[in-house]
Write a protein that binds this ligand. Structure first.
Ligand code: SF4
Ligand code: SF4
Length: 260
């Protein structure tokens, strides 16, 4: 029986999430034994045409060409998984979504007249149907392998939807917010970072939300906590917006409501 074909596609992104797949040094041969890596330009120039049984999509949509290309990728893919903060939330490039993109373009490019770009950076799910989202900046290689394994075995990936706080409790961390008054986004951020979870609080610093929103985050409670620590409204808005996941729905809605 032929192996299912895997395609890995890049949109506006830094390539870090694709590298997580190449970073699976010990497991990569097993992955290659179970699945045909048919289209992965970061790893090989050889491209086997679709359709692909599994497609991993990194990056956000920022140009009219991207908006067209993601529809082609969707047509060629039986199961489409978005990987990383850019693909699931718009990425750090979504900072433009609260600004004037033409002004930004003039700051960055010597010849902005050659730049063709959209005024918003948007996640892949805003353009096509997505079968599963893997969060993180970058994604966790453990969760990536679990997702590929789940796909091969016809089951749903076992990826937690709970918060970083749960991992803090498991690790026996002293809460930086309760004990030290350090603002932390852990209560609303999805678990999964590092080898053992709760990476930043384990080193006595607050979480800044690189894994994006958990399932059903209580943003109101988080805001109240931060206010009780004396964090100014403007800083709450900036903490929610100026990150890789600022345009993810719960973070965006909360920061827009405060900034109104
Ligand atoms: S340090 Fe942050 S992530 Fe850990 S328990 Fe406290 S609020 Fe939650
Ligand atoms: S900011 Fe730190 S604690 Fe929070 S999800 Fe990212 S790595 Fe984990």
């Amino acid at each position: 029986m032929s192996k299912p074909k895997l395609g890995v596609f890049k949109f506006a992104s830094c390539d870090g999430c694709q590298l997580s797949l190449l970073d699976c040094e010990d497991e990569l041969l097993d992955v290659a034994g179970a699945i045909h890596i048919a289209n992965f330009l970061e790893a090989s120039r050889e491209v086997v045409e679709g359709p692909y049984q599994l497609s991993l999509v990194e990056g956000s949509v920022t140009t009219p060409h991207d908006a067209e290309r993601i529809r082609e990728v969707r047509r060629e893919s039986e199961f489409l998984v978005t990987i990383g903060a850019c693909a699931t939330a718009g990425g750090i490039q979504a900072l433009r979504n609260w600004a004037d993109v033409e002004e930004y373009t003039e700051y960055v490019y010597a010849h902005p007249e050659y730049i063709s770009t959209l005024d918003r950076s948007t996640p892949i799910k805003n353009h096509v149907q997505v079968d599963f989202e893997l969060r993180g900046c970058p994604i966790s290689k453990r969760q990536l392998l679990e997702t590929v394994n789940a796909f091969l075995n016809g089951r749903r990936p076992n990826v937690p939807g709970y918060s970083v706080c749960v991992e803090c409790k498991r690790r026996g961390n002293v809460c930086v917010m309760v004990a030290h008054g350090t603002p932390c986004l852990g209560p609303v951020t999805q678990a999964g970072c590092g080898d053992h979870g709760a990476l930043c609080p384990s080193y006595n610093r607050g979480c800044y939300g690189c894994f994006g929103p958990m399932e059903s985050p209580n943003m109101t409670s988080l805001e109240q906590w931060w206010r009780s620590l004396g964090v100014p409204e403007r800083d709450i808005v900036n903490a929610l917006r100026a990150s890789f996941n600022g345009y993810a729905e719960p973070f965006r809605e909360a920061s827009d409501a405060i900034a109104k």
